[in-house]
Ligand binder design. Structure first.
Ligand code: 5AD
Ligand code: SF4
Length: 365
């Protein structure tokens, strides 16, 4: 099976569901090494050796939802809630320009009220109007109406991240209250495409009740959806959540997170794949390991340290005491140490997006 996977990697062909399952279930060290290096070869050929950075701003931890696994869920009254002012967000955007990251991600808990929608729209226009290098803007602000997505797109955002968390209906229901619907989340991905965004999605791996077959289905879902970006990470227990209370000692699985990256790279090839903070939580060099398994995007936090400890989706999240300037220095060093280089001052869109857009246009979509 490994030989077949390597052959396909060389030939520029995506691996099958059966091969994805083989990658996800592999536990032999030597075989894993071969798999990661095949995924790395595909990454080099399809998207190159350069790492794209996106400055991450956690603009607010106020959330109207109540996902059973997440530390900032509405029901967690121990969280001290905050929302950055527009000036604070603009300051983060200026810092992103100064660091030459080229691109910015605005992330928050989910809110759909008119004041919030207006605030984001206005803030986007102001970020786009900043003097100097024009930042690419990615939003990660949850489920919204088509109208809202369109307004934010018109105001300057061009990418949107919305993880489906799992493609399994059954598991999705176990992880969320009854009014959180996977069908609605999937409909949002369609809405985002209709509004013109480059769309990113992703899942958590190693969740209680999740099988390898279900993860293979997740990758098949990414492939069917023709998504442009993938952000995935291992599930990490937060004890003040229903899932954390039910499974207090549930082990996190770094290796499975890396195998998901490798399998996704081998199956989808020319997409942007993020090496996420959750990997770094499980090992100090977790994000570098993610890059070596096939990821090519890192989202360093550019927010002020004051609020970091209030944005704990899971416990032991790293970087709560490292300021944005130190993060930049440390990242540069870590990336150079694995023989890669940061691509500064670009929006860092994958070739797939433009190709996908053309094919959508051809189909008259
Ligand atoms: N462990 C890992 N990832 C988590 N997320 C939320 N809670 C956890 C957790 N306990 C992820 C979800 C969400 C993203 C913002 O953070 O995938 O989409
Ligand atoms: Fe809110 Fe996102 Fe956490 Fe769910 S995962 S509770 S939507 S911040």
């Amino acid at each position: 099976m490994i030989e077949k996977i390597k052959q396909k990697a060389l030939a520029g062909e995506g691996i099958s569901r059966e091969e994805i399952l083989f990658v996800l279930s592999c536990s032999d060290r030597e075989s894993l090494k071969e798999i990661f290096s095949a995924a790395y070869a595909v990454k080099l050929r399809e998207v190159g050796r350069k790492v794209h950075l996106r400055g991450l701003v956690e603009i607010s931890n106020i959330c109207t939802k109540n996902c059973f696994y997440c530390g900032i869920r509405r029901g967690n009254s121990a969280v001290s809630r905050y929302a950055l002012s527009q000036e604070e967000i603009l300051e983060c955007a200026r810092l992103t320009q100064k660091f030459e990251y080229g691109s910015l991600v605005l992330q928050a808990g989910e809110r759909c009220d008119a004041a919030f929608v207006d605030f984001i729209e206005d803030t986007l226009r102001k970020i786009k109007a900043l003097p100097g290098f024009e930042l690419g803007i990615t939003l990660s602000l949850g489920e919204q109406s088509l109208e809202t997505y369109k307004r934010w797109f018109a105001a300057g955002a061009h990418r949107y991240l919305l993880r489906i968390e799992t493609s399994s209906e059954k598991l999705y229901r176990e992880l969320h209250p009854a009014d959180h619907l996977l069908s609605e989340r999937k409909a949002c991905l369609d809405r985002l495409r209709d509004a013109g965004y480059m769309v990113g999605t992703g899942v958590m791996s190693g969740l209680p009740g999740q099988t390898l077959e279900s993860l293979a289905d997740d990758i098949e879902f990414f492939r069917r959806q023709k998504v442009d970006m993938i952000g995935m990470g291992p599930y990490i227990t937060h004890h003040a959540t229903p899932l954390g209370e039910k499974y207090p000692d549930y082990p996190s699985d770094l290796s499975l997170g890396l195998k998901m990256i490798a399998a996704t790279r081998l199956a989808l090839r020319n997409v942007n794949i993020a090496s996420t903070t959750a990997l770094q939580t499980l090992a100090p060099d977790g994000r570098e390991q993610g890059l070596l398994a096939g990821a090519n995007v890192i989202m360093p936090n550019v927010g002020d340290l004051v609020h970091r400890k209030d944005y704990l989706l899971y416990e032991n999240k790293p970087g709560t005491d490292e300021n944005a300037a130190d993060t930049r220095k440390n990242l540069e060093r870590a990336i150079a140490a694995i023989g890669e280089e940061i691509e500064y001052n670009t929006w860092g869109d994958p070739t797939f997006f433009s190709a996908g857009k053309e094919s959508r246009q051809r189909k008259g979509m």
